[in-house]
Design a protein around this ligand. Structure first.
Ligand code: ADP
Length: 511
């Protein structure tokens, strides 16, 4: 431990709350796994620190063992005991932190959604650094993800650098800046930071709510480099309202931001490699005939009529960001126009769950709609594989992975022109783009009328322009949305962050 591997790339340590394969709520889990695997392939030593949730998929973790029973972590005027575990999952080396606290922070039924989420994750931030200090682990890069891990940046510089953690450059990534961790300033005191020196507009004070702390802002201000997940989202973050209240901070720190589009893990996602598909298929006309068989299987699975109709689908966390009213409208409109529809979604918001539950009841007898209201890791594969059209009508979307996965499976995306959706999908009718680069359908206004018009356009292509449709499908399948290019861009960010950290010229010193 603690030995830096030189000449073999960098030692990159991610600290995050999800990794696909072991714990996943949304795209964050996919990104942590996909990026880590690609960076490992490129010769870097990549590791991840995660909370040891009770709900981890332990079957996927190999060589699970306790490596340290004596990591003590400061929180709320006392020192608390943590057990550190090590294991391997999906080829990535994991450190799992198990706090022995009351209440139990990670022995819960869900990953997020508790009143004490800020307490759970800020405790974890300090515990992670105590572990690194005790084991003398000094990676080249500490890559922190989302508000949950953002406090590590100020903790590192303010408390742990004076104690000897001084080798790492800090990179903070916001995957969705709507979630910021705005909380009472006592949180700072609880982890041992000074409210007096950190609760200032230049540091962690929220831009909108004076007197409150903004954890994501702490990550942005203290990190050597900050990244987000698409160029359009980064532009939106700088506009009034588009930065979810943090636009001023984004603009002030603009120089150290980079936007890097997410990729998808092509060993996990793709019709040629997917173990959950009844049969594989490839991007050829013959392959598309096999896709028709997958479609048949999908219809059987959900009891949809086997008729010559387009099959539209949507897979999403059902939260306002995803345009829930538009999803609802799309289901009804698709049905009215003679298409079939499958929705797989889960919602942390009871009212939204209830609305879709009622819609499901109402349409139960139609024979052409299936609504599945929970998180289901296996079903998604069959839905991506067997559908014709995939809708993503988000109000905002930092990057979006579902449209990229759909493309790979020959399922044409129909998306709203925002954030990463605008950066990855080109409309079939956009004359400003060469035809070979077009891969889907776009609409601009977040209205039912705009969605309806675009859905009609797509259904007409499907029905009346079979050759063009097939070209569109095959083009989409062949586009490169792997992690290869994004991983190179992250490497560049890591190199820049390292230079910045060595200079000691972190933005903090200019604050
Ligand atoms: P977000 O992170 O905002 O949820 P993304 O498009 O970035 O959105 O990523 C969503 C990821 O979660 C995709 O891998 C998608 O397949 C998956 N997903 C979304 N809803 C479900 C569900 N109900 N069951 C299983 N996987 C889901």
């Amino acid at each position: 431990m603690g030995i830096r591997i030189r000449g073999q790339g960098m030692h990159i340590l991610h600290i995050a709350s999800e990794m696909a394969g072991v714990v996943k709520v949304g795209g964050l889990g996919d990104v942590i796994l996909g990026l880590s695997r690609q960076l490992s392939k490129r010769g870097h030593r990549v590791e991840l620190i995660l909370p040891k949730y009770t709900l981890l998929n332990y079957e996927a973790i190999e060589e699970l063992q306790v490596i340290n029973k004596e990591v003590w972590s400061y929180y709320n005027k006392g020192w608390h005991h943590n057990t550190i575990w090590s294991g391997w999952a999906e080829g990535i080396h994991l450190y799992l932190i198990d706090p022995n606290t009351t209440p139990e922070y990670f022995d819960r039924e869900q990953v997020y959604g508790y009143e004490d989420d800020v307490e759970r994750f800020t405790y974890f931030c300090r515990a992670a650094l105590e572990f690194l200090l005790k084991e003398e682990i000094q990676p080249d890069i500490l890559h922190l993800h989302e508000w949950q891990m953002a406090l590590i940046a100020p903790l590192y510089r303010e408390i742990f650098t004076p104690l000897g953690l001084n080798h790492s450059a800090l990179v903070f990534t916001t995957h969705n800046l709507k979630y910021q961790g705005v909380c009472e300033p006592t949180v700072l005191e609880e982890v041992g930071l000074s409210i007096e020196s950190l609760l200032t507009p230049e540091k962690l004070e929220d831009d909108q709510k004076p007197g409150m702390v903004n954890l994501a802002k702490g990550g942005i201000v203290y990190a050597d480099r900050v990244t987000t997940v698409s160029p359009s989202y980064f532009r939106e973050l700088q506009t009034p309202g588009g930065g979810h209240g943090l636009e001023k901070t984004v603009l002030q720190t603009k120089g150290k931001w980079k936007s890097i589009l997410n990729g998808i893990d092509t060993e996990r996602w793709g019709p040629g490699v997917d173990p959950y598909l009844p049969l594989p298929f490839d991007p050829t006309p013959q392959g598309l005939q096999r896709k028709e068989q997958v479609k048949e299987e999908l219809r059987n699975r959900f009891g949809l009529a086997q008729e010559t109709r387009p099959l539209v689908s949507c897979i999403a966390r059902l939260v306002p960001q995803k345009g829930v009213h538009l999803i609802q409208h799309a289901i009804l409109h698709a049905l009215q126009e003679g298409a079939q529809f499958i929705l797989l979604g889960s919602s942390p918001i009871l009212e939204i769950s209830e609305t879709f539950h009622q819609l499901k009841m109402r349409l139960a007898e139609s024979g052409h709609v299936h609504i599945e209201l929970h998180h289901h890791e296996e079903l998604v594969h069959l839905i991506y594989g067997g559908s014709d059209l995939f809708i993503v009508p988000s109000i905002f979307e930092p990057c979006g992975l579902t449209q990229l996965i759909a493309l790979k499976y020959g399922t044409v995306p129909l998306v709203r022109k925002t954030g990463g959706l605008a950066d990855t999908i080109c409309d079939i009718d956009d004359p400003s783009i060469p035809f070979e680069e077009r891969n889907g359908f776009l609409f601009e206004q977040p209205t039912s009328a705009a969605l309806e018009a675009t859905l009609d356009r797509a259904l007409t292509y499907w029905t009346e322009e079979r050759d063009l449709w097939q070209r569109l499908v095959l083009q989409g399948m062949q586009m490169d949305y792997s992690w290869e290019k994004p991983a190179l861009l992250y490497e560049r960010v890591y190199e820049e962050a390292s230079r910045e950290a060595i200079k000691g010229d972190s933005p903090l010193s200019s604050c």
